[in-house]
Design a protein around this ligand. Sequence first.
Ligand code: RNT
Ligand code: ZN
Length: 427
Amino acid sequence: MSKKTSARSAAPSKAFATAVETYQALGVDVESALKTLAATPISMHCWQGDDVAGFEKADATLTGGIQATGNYPGKARTIDQLRQDLELVYKLLPGKHRLNLHAIYGDFGGKPVDRDTIEPKHFASWIDWGKSVGLHGMDFNPSCFSHPLSADGTLSHPDKRIREFWIRHCQASRRIGAHLGKKFGTRTVTNVWIPDASKDTPFDRVGPRKRLEASLDKVFAEKLNAKHHLDAVESKLFGIGAESYTVGSHEFYLGYALKRGNVAYCLDAGHFHPTESLADKISSVLQFAPALLLHVSRGVRWDSDHVVNCDDPTKAIFEELVRGDFLGRTAIGLDYFDASINRIAAWVIGTRAAQKALLIALLEPAKLLRDAEKSGNHALRMALLEESRALPVGAVWDEFCRRHDTPGGLGFMTEIAAYERDVLSKR
Ligand code: RNT
Ligand code: ZN
């Protein structure tokens, strides 16, 4: 992208040269790690910019058991504002990335367009904009929430007419996804998540799941070009007002993805019991499913969608992707929405945190760790893992940022503060 403002400093730092030697002594090739990092786009979610409101109408209310808390000033209220914000975000991210759109973010030109009648043309201006800022591509999602017909369920609703409305919406969304993929020449993932669930203990757990399966079969019936398009289904354990039963549970969607064979399974880091490890699920899912979509998120005590940090659970996810050689079969998306801090900082910090977690994983002394484990030397394995925790990754990260003409260290916060002063505070 020719988007960076900061002047690139002429040469790598001394700290980087020392770091390369340190990693080399552990059998780690820093240049190859940087190459893989540069070749791994993150699909950044558009909905961090406006608390999942979208552009169907002003003051949309978010429903479906998901919630953005906080009231930080400056949120994007128009498509132009959201794009202006995103331009700054992409400028502050090293590498080429993707944008993940929800159906409610269409360019509807102020006219009411119901969800079952959305078309590729409503996303034409997004494609033009995305190309103009050099995006790697776009991903897509039907929006089966925040709608009068989604209050009591969508694809599993007992009323056939309501189910069919949402089937049409998901079918339309897949066509838009395939269109985006074709236009960008990279594969678009269209991910289906529905909020269908029950606050209190249901009597019948079977009926809704049968209906959901039948609806999904209709949604996915049309064959789309796999070169441009990949379907995904996202499971969940619980949400607000959805504490007792979720129709599209982990077992349900894992089974469904496997039944179809060409549908990716989406693991969201906030969608499991807080003591479960998302990272541990990756190798099991990819043992059988063709592809994985990740919603990297940070649930704090519940599916709270806090900004992603480079914390232990996040690092563990990326370690698994690298150790298992799964990067080629995994689409990495983010899913969080924090309205309590500067939203642009939330985007940038979270995306950079995911990239840093990937870099740390790519810099593990993998060969030595494998050898230690193979020979049964578990003390050495532990020592190596401990050693890895204090390796000079910061110098490598800064070099990556330098090569991509992006501020290293905390430099990005200076640009965000200036934008807050000049743009956000005037909204
Ligand atoms: C909800 C799911 C879903 C949404 C977005 C907006 O729990 O995680 O992915 O967050 O589609
Ligand atoms: Zn999600």
